[in-house]
Design a protein around this ligand. Structure first.
Ligand code: C5J
Length: 218
């Protein structure tokens, strides 16, 4: 079985039961001048994942393993946005530099140019932080016989963490790639990664993408 050097120990996977999840690499979160930056965040902290993710996607696309991209956002009428989320995120649905913020169909809601999905790759639109909540993700994974997830994207402590926790509770084994996940806050990046691998891998494993790329390119 292919094996990757990881924390808290080796992560074993096989090419038939593993999928790549790319969480919310959207313009609203990553583009300079966009929604994320308008909140006072340093988007460079997220943008450092773009290079590693491009290299990972290139290697992954040479295999038969599925790739699933997600996008956080809402219908234009906000009917899928809980009032509590809107109260603490009143910018959702308001006009921003790249269209209405986090609204499906707007330029800012879509995935950045560098990581645009290919036609055969699934895109899951999600109204929550976790990729399983109110989506078809579990059905898609079950249909494909997926048991392990390599999890990447942004942000580490919010949508990546929520998704890994949801996946862990559903019985998936998750490997999070430290150089392919990003947080606006360096201290959350560090703590978020530590929390996943702590206590014998309470939520999963953590590794660097070159170690995985080497294994899948064999
Ligand atoms: C946030 C996300 N940070 N994709 N969304 O609100 O992590």
């Amino acid at each position: 079985m292919p094996t990757v050097d990881a924390q808290p120990g080796p992560f074993e996977f096989d090419l038939d039961t593993t999928a790549l999840l790319v969480i919310d690499m959207q313009r609203d979160f990553l583009l300079p001048g966009g929604f994320g930056e308008s909140l006072g965040n340093d988007v460079a902290q997220l943008r450092r994942t773009i290079g590693p993710l491009r290299r990972l996607l290139e290697a992954w696309r040479a295999t038969s393993m599925p790739i699933i991209h997600t996008r956080e956002g809402h219908k234009p009428d906000l009917s899928d946005c809980p009032p509590a989320k809107l109260r603490r995120g009143p910018m959702i649905g308001q006009p921003g530099t790249f269209g209405k913020i986090l609204i499906q169909g707007e330029y800012g809601h879509d995935i950045i140019d560098e990581l645009q999905p290919l036609e055969n790759e699934v895109v899951v639109d999600k109204p929550g932080k976790g990729a399983f909540y109110a989506t078809d993700l579990e059905e898609i994974l079950t249909k494909d016989g997926i048991e392990r997830l390599v999890v990447t994207g942004v942000t580490t402590e919010v949508c990546v963490h929520t998704t890994v926790r949801e996946a862990n509770d559903r019985g998936y084994e998750c490997l999070v790639l430290a150089d392919c996940v990003g947080s606006y806050f360096p201290e959350f990046q560090q703590a978020g990664l530590k929390m996943i691998a702590a206590q014998g891998g309470i939520f999963g494993w953590v590794a660097e993408s070159p170690a995985l790329i080497e294994e899948i390119a064999r």
